[in-house]
Structure formats: structure tokens, C-alpha cells
Design a protein around this ligand. Sequence first.
Ligand code: FAD
Length: 508
Amino acid sequence: MTNSEGIVNINAVDRVVIVGGGTAGWMAAAALSRYFDNGRRKIVLVESDAIGTVGVGEATIPPIASFNAMLDINENDFLRATRGTFKLGIEFVNWGRLGDRYFHPFGTYGQDLHGIKFHQLFLREAARGGPRSIADFSMSTAAAAAGRFGRPAPGAQSLVSQIAYAFHFDAGLYASFLRKMAEKQGTRRREGRIVRVHRNAENGDVTGVELDGGEVVKGDLFLDCSGFRGLLIEEALETGYEEWSRWLPMDRALAMPTANTRSPPPFTRATAHGAGWQWRIPLQHRTGNGHVFCSAYTNADDAETTLRDHAEGEPLADPRLLRFVTGMRRKAWNHNVVSLGLSAGFIEPLESTSIHLIQNGIARLFALFPEREISPLERDEYNRGMRELYEDVRDFIILHYKATQRNDTPFWRYVREMDVPESLTRKMALWRLHGRIFRENAELFSEPSWIAVMLGQNVWPDRYDPIADTLDEHRVASAMAQMREAYHRTAQGLPTQEEFLRQAGAWH
Ligand code: FAD
């Protein structure tokens, strides 16, 4: 019921129903039951084993560590349970030009000198004929190249403290891990297929979901974690979907696990092909591979051949085809339904952002959690914040395609020549002038990330920031030489990632 101030009255948000038990559903259940299951409020999760999950989300970005920390998850226990490995960044192969290779690391580049940004000093040195690979000045890149890992100790002086990392893990095992935790914290799980959604005839809010056996699970607030179909947010509420395929035309993926052929390297690899790209995600017990492609430029049979040709190791299963449309729900939160995960939208997995979008959605919901009623103002705030985040991620992903020099296939010619959102056009133009990156609001990807992709794909600015000229060039050149040497030496002194995991008791 909506009153004269526009407040939607639902006596109290006592029953939260989570629809779906994929990564999104169980992440939400673990987090909500920890903080909001207070005796009065109940958390119920409904899922159908018969429907199954997407479950290929295997690579993440560094903020996942704070989600796990919020749940008091011990990192070594988590890695052991999910057969996880560390991820120091992504190696991109064949993106700028065929034969190119660059690394997008987590963490920073070099050290600023006298308040002047390191990358500006690097650009000046490069213009003077100095080093042209910024990758030589990153601790995470040096460790990744050596196949080694070290956990940064907070506040430590060592260069290892510059390492930033995320994880690769088996998403199905992560969901099981979180399920145990959520159930222990009081989440009740209902198994069953939802066949009908009940709505309030007056205000249109969802009141319950009916299972195939006839039981109706009632709720005050619903989290739609039902995957691409968006059982509540789209099928019931018809919220609408904003499609971004003109900029991100990928619409299929073939995923196939293979046996490990060697000790897992601590990074993801993304290799560009003729009409898409292929991921390689090393776990402790297997390697995840997948070919993300655009069906307008290639077909599934050819895509499968490419996938098999480029996957190392024995296939452990046949490739599984997934279809998607890049974009986002027009409103992530509509009526009393908050969509999380694939039901909220999908941006292809090039920078491993989907699980982060779930995490961020949960954090925002916490910040705006309705106590007695849903305020349209707070709901709008949630939607505004989520849109901003999705659009930031979208722009960063588009950059990888737009900033290519490839013209060897119709697909690459299309993405190279396409118009891109104005927000990205502006960012690229500002970079080209003086190598400056301007991040807006609470943008997810940091300055080093933008720099990594720009320089990695041969987009050099016309000039560096003139402020870099204020430092003595010989001093800068010598400081940079020392940094490069120190990163290399420090990396060589670290254990291999497998040694590290075994020593930490994190190897399964
Ligand atoms: P799903 O896994 O689809 O789960 C849906 C749930 O809803 C299931 O439990 C199902 O039983 C339930 N359900 C649906 N309909 C009904 C019904 N009628 N009745 C009862 N229950 C129902 N993310 C990353 O962060 N990193 C990656 O590297 C990555 N790679 C990806 C690669 C590809 C090709 C794709 C498609 C996605 C990738 N993702 C990645 C995204 C990631 O897989 C998802 O974001 C994540 O798994 C969340 O999925 P989900 O929980 O929203 O949906």
C-alpha cells in the first residue's frame, strides 16, 4: 500500500525470501543471516536442484577479500574448501595487436616521487628513450611472471606489501561453503521449483512464491537471485532490460574444464580470438577454460574448435554452452524485489566483475536495508548507485575492444570502429592528451587498471604531464632502475604459488 508521502507500507520487513541458490543466492543468504536474522526476522532461500546454477564464475577481483572478511571467513580455509588459487591479475594475449601480450595487475605501479605520479615519470622516461614497459614496475606483475606469491603484511616496509590479489575458485564449492555458513546462522532452505509468483492486487508488490507442490513461501522483501531469467524482477514485474550489445556484442560462451598440466599460475589469462576471447583460470585441481564469442561473427562449432585448440590439458567434460545478452535491468530494485547476480544484469566476464557486482549489491542493500517500510527514496538511491557501478564496469570492458589496432577479422574491425559511450570517449581523449586518468564517483577500477589497459594496448598519450619535468631526469632514471631491479629480486625470493598454498595449509 502506498500512502500520501509515497511510502510503501509493508508492516515490517520480517521475512526475507531469497529466490535462487547460485553464487548470488548463497552470498546474500550468508551475509543477511549473519546481520539481519535477529530472531524476529527470518531468511528463507528457495532453490531448485532440478534447475541448477550457472556456476562458472571462477575469477574475482580484490574486494572479494573484504566480503569474506565481513563473514569472518579464514582465507586459508576458504581456499582449501573451494580448491582456490591466488590471482594477481590478468594476462591479455592478442588484444592490442596479434602477438601482443600485456598484464593487468592488481595493485600499484612503482612509487610516486615527491608527490608526482609514478606513471607520469614513466611516461617521461619512455619519451626520452627509457623503458617502455610499465609492467617492469609492478610487484604483482613481477610475482605473476615468476609464478610466485607472497601475502602482503599490513604496514610492512617490504615490496611484498604492494601485492594486491584476488582469487580463482570453484563457484559451486564456494556456494556450498556459504550455504553451510548461512544454514548454521539460521537461513532456512526450501527445495522446490517456483511455478507462480503471488502479488498484492493493490500495490503490485510480490507477496509470495508458489512451489510446484502447492506451498506458498511468503515474504516482505524478496531477493531475486534466479539467474538470467529474472523470475521475479522480469517475469513477474516486467522491469525491463537495457541492452548494451552494440558496444559489447558477445552473446555466447562455451565453458570447458581441463586437467592441470602443471602447477597453477597465479593469474588469469584472456586470449583474444577472431570473434571473441578465451579465459584460462587455474584452480588447484583443474583449469577452467571458456570461449566467449559473438554469434553474429562465428558459430558454436567453430567456437568449440577454437576452444579445444587453445585449451591445455585433457578435457574433463564436454563444453557447456551459455547464452547471454550484455546489459542491466532498468531497475535493480523494483517494488519489494531486489535483483542480485545474473537476474540484475550481465557484463561479460573479461575483468571477472560479476561476483563483485553481487557483493556490491549486498553491501548497498545493507546500507539501505528497510526496517519497517520501503522508502522510494532509498530504493532510488540503490538503483542510482548500482547503475553507476554497472556503467563504470561497462566502460572499462568496452575499452579493451575499442583500444585495439586489430583489423584481421570483421569482428575486430567492428569493435575498433564502433561509437562508444560518451563517458568512455571523454576518458580516452583526456588520456591521449597528457596521460591523465580522471575517475568519477566511487569508480571500481583504479588508475593503474586504466593505465595497464591503455599502455598494454598501445594507446600512448601525446604528451606526459608537464609536472613530471620538475624532477631531475637522472635521479628519476636511477630511481626507476632501482625499483625495477627490486621488484624482480623480491619476486624471485617468494615461494611458488603452490608452495605458498601448501605451507599455509590452503592446498586441498
Ligand atoms: P545462477 O547460478 O543461474 O543461479 C540461479 C538459481 O536460481 C539456481 O539456484 C536455480 O535453482 C534457481 N532458480 C531459477 N529458477 C527457479 C525456479 N523456477 N524455482 C526455483 N529456483 C529457481 N563471475 C565472476 O565473478 N567471475 C567470472 O570469471 C565469471 N565468469 C562467468 C562466465 C560466464 C560465461 C558466465 C555466464 C558468467 C560468469 N560469471 C563470472 C558470472 C557468475 O557465474 C554469476 O554471476 C554467478 O554465478 C551468479 O549467478 P546467479 O547466482 O545469479 O545465477
